[in-house]
Design a protein around this ligand. Structure first.
Ligand code: URA
Length: 209
């Protein structure tokens, strides 16, 4: 089963509460999405491998550390993932971005792909899939399957809010992919929305309610 890390940092929990509040404006919601994503990104990248390099400071030569290997790839699931990816890029501005366009069939709640664009050499990179809401898990499962089909073997999944159903489904489909989330809510409603959740993350980020 996937390892699940709950990012319980007080700043993340406080900002998540403001995002859950229905009276929070689009402008504030978007800013909070970006800020929480930056904070969660800090946790997700905590164990990145480092190389030693020789540099010269203005004072003396020294050995220092830098992130090893190829640049990371963030893979936001369109469209709600875009708001989170912005915050992650604030912290890792040299990361590459792969866009995965999926919509949810309103009847079956299954994910249907309509767009996929990734760096050509994505297979050799670590990819962090980004979607604020892990509800049924169908979109996350489809995005990760698509990335695996493109040859990616080193994957992580990051969301803001999840339901236990989504965690269970994703973990069963892709047990090799660790998950980071700020909270796990108790249930889904008949429309596949997380309860209590925060509503439609895409609508609240882009003001399309
Ligand atoms: N997607 C959302 O935006 N919100 C939910 O509650 C579930 C899926």
């Amino acid at each position: 089963m996937s390892t699940v890390t709950i990012v319980s940092h007080p700043l993340v929990q406080h900002k998540l509460t403001r995002m859950r509040d229905r009276t929070t404006s689009t402008k504030t919601f978007r800013a909070l999405m970006r800020e929480t994503a930056t904070l969660i990104c800090y946790e997700v990248t905590r164990d990145l491998p480092l190389d030693e390099v020789q540099i010269e400071t203005p004072v003396a030569p020294t050995t220092a550390r830098e992130i090893a290997g190829k640049k990371l790839v963030f893979a936001p699931i369109l469209r709600a993932g875009l708001g989170m990816a912005e915050g992650m890029l604030d912290l890792v501005p040299s990361a590459r971005v792969a866009h995965v366009g999926l919509y949810r069939d309103p009847e079956s709640l299954e994910a249907v792909e309509y767009y996929f664009k990734a760096p050509q050499d994505i297979a050799g990179r670590q990819v962090i899939v980004v979607d604020p809401m892990l509800a049924t898990g169908h979109s996350a499962i489809a995005a990760i399957s698509r990335l695996k089909a493109a040859g990616v073997t080193d994957l992580r999944f990051v969301c803001l809010l999840s339901a236990q159903t989504g965690i269970d489904n994703l973990s069963a489909a892709h047990p090799d992919v660790p998950i980071w989330t700020a909270a796990i809510d108790p249930e889904l409603n008949d429309h596949g929305y997380i309860v209590p959740g925060l509503g439609d993350a895409g609508d609240r980020t882009f003001g399309t309610r």
